[in-house]
Write a protein that binds this ligand. Structure first.
Ligand code: PMP
Length: 426
């Protein structure tokens, strides 16, 4: 049995930073990442057998908790028939049919292997369909690591973007305009000036990559309105929110329909899957129907499709979502009450099965600048106190938390008790 410390030292010899995705390295919060050996329901277990109540849930996918027996069974059964064929299967039809039945405005859907691929392809498609190059995104939203999307705001509203990573050509970032989330006036102004050259707007309908920020009333409607008026494609990036707000994602929850929707995480039930789809007229531009190229050796992988189908079966049960929403709200209420009792300035946001806590004296948090003004140091100490108490939160203050149907009332209570002790110790 190796400790996380020993494994982290070994990992760093041949894996950059010891991890295959940066946030796992605990760089923001400091300390040693927990190496996980197995998972079950609401829990992950480290290599020393310590149990954690998990609110990261593999960064969102595990909506029914970890290692759900029906998903596992579907994967094992499919694995016996073969791992990958690179040729069409009936499973792909079944999953596409289900997604198109469920999601608003989804006529055609293409499967890919990650959320990054889904958003990158949706953007290429929007550009190909409109014949325009400029894309609009919002500060603090993350849509994967493709070049056009790794762009942050320039100075001042309405400026074109600057690369947020070396390796992203400035010339490409020039085509990405970054606006302020939840600022409908800024959005309208940008479209008034530049609407005719905007190919698409891409947005997280509930932002989950700057902690958890629900859309302000009217913001999603304003997006729909400016896209309709200008001919830009509205891409709702539901990689994180898809199936976390009910079967129809944030679109059903807030009553706003996308032209293109991107999916990932939950749709793969823990396997590497993404998808993009939407209106027939736009999707017909994708190869082999149309000229916009997009492909994938492992896309529509049979094991991943089987996991996705089993997942959709389970979450389609009538009583799946209501108790989950109630428990997520109870968790936030409990955290707030515990912080108030300890006299710690703190506020929470929650929507559907996502939540976030902010160490701030502000009453509400609705954009990136406000998130960045929160007390990160205090979060980091809180994170480590919770981890020591067996509660696994995302190891950075700008990540949303997730609940699953496997989290019981007792798990929520235990989490609130741990938080009460942590707030008192801060
Ligand atoms: N879009 C959103 C909204 C996401 O949250 C993420 C990942 N957290 C992505 C896209 C990229 O997905 P992936 O990590 O699977 O490439």
């Amino acid at each position: 049995m190796s400790t996380s410390q020993e494994l982290f030292e070994r990992a760093r010899q041949h894996i950059p930073g010891g991890v295959n995705s940066p946030v796992r390295a605990f760089k923001a919060v400091g300390g040693t990442p927990v190496f996980i050996e197995r998972s079950e329901g609401a829990y992950v277990f480290d290599t020393e057998g310590k149990r954690y109540i998990d609110y990261v849930l593999s960064w969102g996918p595990m909506l029914m908790g970890h290692n759900h027996p029906r998903v596992r069974e579907a994967v094992v059964q499919q694995a016996e028939k073969g791992l990958s064929f690179g040729a069409p299967t009936e499973l792909e039809i079944q999953l596409a049919d289900r997604i198109c039945e469920i999601m608003p405005g989804m006529d055609l859907v293409r499967m890919v292997n990650s959320g990054t691929e889904a958003t990158m392809s949706a953007i290429r498609l929007a550009r190909g369909y409109t014949g325009r190059d400029t894309i609009v995104k919002f500060e603090g939203c993350y849509h994967g690591h493709s070049d056009s999307l790794l762009v942050k705001a320039g100075s001042g509203a309405l400026t074109l973007g600057v690369p947020s990573s070396p390796g992203v050509p400035a010339a490409l970032a020039d085509h990405t305009m970054t606006l302020t989330y939840n600022d409908s006036d800024g959005l309208r102004q940008a479209f008034a000036e530049h609407g005719a050259r905007i190919a698409c707007v891409i947005v997280e309908p509930v932002a989950g990559n700057m902690n958890c920020i629900p859309p302000a009333p009217g913001f999603l409607e304003a997006l729909r309105e400016v896209c309709d008026a200008s001919g830009a494609v509205l891409i709702l990036d539901e990689v994180m929110t898809g199936f976390r707000f009910g079967l129809q994602g944030a679109q059903g929850y807030y009553g706003v329909e996308a032209d293109l929707t991107t999916l990932g995480k939950v749709i793969g039930g823990g396997m590497p899957v993404g998808a993009f789809g939407g209106k027939r007229e736009i999707m017909e531009q994708i190869a082999p129907l149309g000229p916009v190229y997009q492909a994938g050796t492992l896309s529509g992988n049979p094991i991943a499709m089987a996991a996705g189908l089993a997942t959709l079966d389970i979450i389609s049960a009538e009583d799946f979502y209501p108790p989950l929403f109630t428990r997520t709200r109870a968790l936030c209420d409990g955290l707030q009450a515990a912080a108030d009792k300890a006299g710690i300035p703190f506020t929470t946001n929650t929507a559907g099965t996502m939540f976030g806590g902010f160490f701030t004296a502000a009453d509400s948090i609705s954009n990136y600048a406000q998130v960045m003004a929160c007390d990160t140091e205090r979060f980091n100490r809180f994170f480590h106190l919770m981890l020591a108490a067996g509660v696994y939160l995302a190891p950075a203050s700008y990540e949303a938390g997730f609940t699953s149907s496997a989290h019981s009332d007792a798990d929520i209570e235990a989490t609130i008790d741990a938080a009460a002790a942590a707030f008192a110790a801060l």
